[in-house]
Design a protein around this ligand. Sequence first.
Ligand code: AFP
Length: 296
Amino acid sequence: MITVQEYLREHGCDEDLGRLISLIADQADPIRGAFIANQSYATTLNSSGEVQAELDAWADDHLIRVMKGSGLVSRIASEEQDEVVECPGSCSDYTVVMDPLDGSSLIAVNLAVGSIFGIYKGPILQKGRNLAAALYLLYGPMTTLTLSIGSGVATFALADDGRFLLMEDGIRMPEGSIYGSGGTRPEWTGKHTAFITSIEDGGGKVRYSGSFVADFHQILKYGGLYAYPASRGRPEGKLRLVFEAQPIGFLAMQAGGRISDGFTDILDILPTDVHQKIPIYVGSRGLIERLESMEE
Ligand code: AFP
């Protein structure tokens, strides 16, 4: 059985980056351990104006405290923080961008949720293609870690002894027909409606839970499409470029899939604001290319 630490060494991962990834992996247990105790909604709003669950704030505080204390991170941008958190005294130049708890409203109904991380060398506002690593924790029937350090994608499962053990390496996203789209049909744009209809006409099967990490993970394994599109009332979509689209897009690309805003590859977009939102289409390469070739 290969542990995540052994995998990182075998793949020639930079030592500090490997230590940082290990540190993040070690937080899976405390985060999922907090689910029972912290289920209510706080009265606070996050930077995107969304009501925070207590757990959102707890996971955010916990991760920032652990990373700040590690000396391995220079700055942290979190979906839950208005401002970038500077970490003076760091021995490295790594930036972590994160959604500490993605899909947290699903915890009350015991559906799978996740945590998303991107790690850059240098400043925050970079193209997603520059990521040194992207990873997510998925708290489902198993707790898993899905990771890329730029040499393919691997998934590890958390064992009883606290180690993440390799389940699958070299994951390739197949062409597939599972699909899920956020938003509501009356609000969708003409192009989005036509695209989803074409998938349905081709025998597509809807699977959408409301947790980006969980919904993406099944697309990674089975192929197909996850979308959170622009809508008439919300042209920028709902999901965040830096915290969600870039890390998940990097993982999709490393598995042979694609991420797009409907027109262009999201990994080529230079963010101008940490909290910027973007319409997202992520999934099998063929489907995304078909979407991009469709007329508006
Ligand atoms: P939170 O991170 O605020 O819980 O939002 C979840 C999310 O950003 C993403 O995980 C889901 O895919 C999407 O929102 C679900 O949104 P809808 O409830 O509008 O479908």
